[in-house]
Structure formats: structure tokens, C-alpha cells
Write a protein that binds this ligand. Sequence first.
Ligand code: 5GP
Length: 183
Amino acid sequence: MAERPYVIEPMISAKTIAARVEALARAITAAFAGTDKLVVVGLLRGSFIFIADLVRELDLPVEVDFLEASSYGNATESSREVRILKDLRGEIAGRDVLVVEDIVDTGHTLQHVRTLLLARGPKRLEVCALLDKPSRREVDIRATWTGFEICDAFVVGYGIDFAQRNRNLPYIGKVRFLDQGAP
Ligand code: 5GP
């Protein structure tokens, strides 16, 4: 894709994210109280900062694993076709599982991943998504816990990229292109 000039407009501050992550972790800790071990499955790559912050706030025994599903590539529109690029290392049969997703957009990725993991027979499977764009949904699915509902914008930061850039921003911002036209 040709480089297009853009600016990032701050949307959710690092401080606001930290407070919300703490609240999510409290809710998840309460929901899984008494578990022998919670397998926290991060969807790569966009969730890597979120999962790192979230697990440090969980007052539970946790195991961390990762799954990579195909995403937008270098484009800003979902392909709707989901492929597993990297599978879990561990077994989840009979285990408590929390899937950690960066953004639920059309919902296709989450639906595909959920179906795949449920087929492996976990004892319980819940989902925590940092961001949700309900107005973009194409399949009827939602996370058990959501950090923030946002409008239909293309966002970056806090682990989320645009063509592999901007993942290291400590806040979440909206991409605004400086040339005309949709992203
Ligand atoms: P879905 O399958 O729900 O349409 O898409 C989910 C995935 O698309 C997310 O995990 C994320 O990787 C990507 N995605 C959705 N919206 C955005 C966005 O605003 N910015 C970026 N960088 N990726 C997004």
C-alpha cells in the first residue's frame, strides 16, 4: 500500500486505559475466583500490551498463551476471511480460558477463534476485548468484558498498529488521513 500522510488524534489516554484495565481485572478476578488456573489467550499481535497489563492486575493463578489469526495485513479494512497463523502451545480441554482481543470490529475474528477454541472442550471460555466498535458488527457476537466502546474509526496505539507502526504509543489514537478519501 502506498504511504499516505496521516496524523494521530488522541482518543483514550494512558491514564484512562490503566484505570479501565484495573477495573476489568477486578471483574475477571471475581468471575474466575477459585480457579486452579486461568489460561489467558492473547490474540497476536494487537493484544500484546493489553494482555501484559491485564495479567499483572489479575489476582489469580494464570498461564499465558498466544494465538495469531490473520488480520487486516497492511490495509484498514477487514478481509472477513480468518486464518490461524499461529496456534496455542498448550491444551485447553477442561480448563478455564480467557481470550484477550484488542478490537472487536465486524466480529468475524472473534467468532472464528471462539468456535475453534470451544471445539477443544474448555471448562469455561470468556472473552475480554479492549475496544468494541458495535456499529461495524456483521456477526452477532460480543465480548464478556469490554474496555471501551468506540465509534467507527481506525485506531492505533497501546499495541495496535497501522501497517506495523504506532504500536508503541502509550495511548489510543484515531488515524486521520491528510489527503482526501476514506482510509
Ligand atoms: P474483525 O474480525 O472483528 O472485523 O476484526 C478484528 C481485528 O481487526 C482486530 O483484532 C484488529 O486486529 C483489526 N482491527 C479492527 N479495527 C481496527 C482498527 O481500528 N485499527 C487497527 N489497527 N486494527 C483494527
